[in-house]
Design a protein around this ligand. Sequence first.
Ligand code: C5P
Length: 217
Amino acid sequence: MKKRKLITVAIDSPAAAGAGTQAKLIAKYYNLIHLDTGRIYRFIGKTSLDAPKKISYNYLKKKIKSLKIKDLKNKNLLSDKVATAASIIAKEKKIRSLVHKFQQRYAYSPPLKYSGSVLDGRDITSIQMKDATFKFYITANIKVRAMRRYKEYKALKKKISYKQVLKSLKNRDKSDKNRKYGPLKKTKDSILINTTKLSRKRCFEKIKVIMDKKIKA
Ligand code: C5P
C-alpha cells in the first residue's frame, strides 16, 4: 500500500498563548485533523479529581483506550482546578506514555478525509512529532496570557480573579518547563511566534505565509 503523504503540524506553547486558536485555524484552512493534547491531560486530571480514591494505572489505561475526541470537548475540562490537576499528573512518565499512544494515532493516521494533522501541546515538537512538516513555538507575555485566560473564564462564568489566573499560569509554566519528562521547550527547528501584540488574524496570516511557501514549493 502506498504511504499517505500527510501535512503534519506540531505546535508547542505555554498556557493561553493562543496556540489552540491558531491550531484550529490551521486545521480548518488546510483540512487537517486537530488534537488539542492538553485536553487529554485535563481529562485525566478531571477523572482523578472526581474519583473517590486514587485511580489505578490500569483504570486510566482503559479510559484512554476508549477515549474519543468528543469526550475532550467537554466544557467541564476548562476550569483552572482541572488545568492544575492536569499539569501535576502530566509529570508522570507512565501517564505520558499512555497519552503518547493516543496522540500518535491522530498525528500519523488521521481519518482519510483529512490531508494531515495538527497537534498542539507542550512536547509535540520535541517528542511527539519530531519529523513534522511544520513546527511552531507560540508564546506571549505572561500578563497578556493571564488577561486572555481571565476573559475566557469570565465568559464561562467562572469565579476567579485576574491575580489568581496569573499565579496559576506562572506555577504551570514553571512546572511544565522544569519537569523531567516531556518538558516544554523551544526546539531549534521550531519557528518562534510571539502573539503578545498580534491579533488572531495577523498571527494566522503569518503562519499561512510560512506554510504556503513550503507547500507550494
Ligand atoms: O494546554 P493546556 O493548558 O490545556 O494543558 C494542560 C496541562 O497539560 C499543561 O499545563 C501541561 O502540564 C499538560 N500538557 C502536557 N503535554 C502536552 C499538553 C499538555 O504535559 N502535550
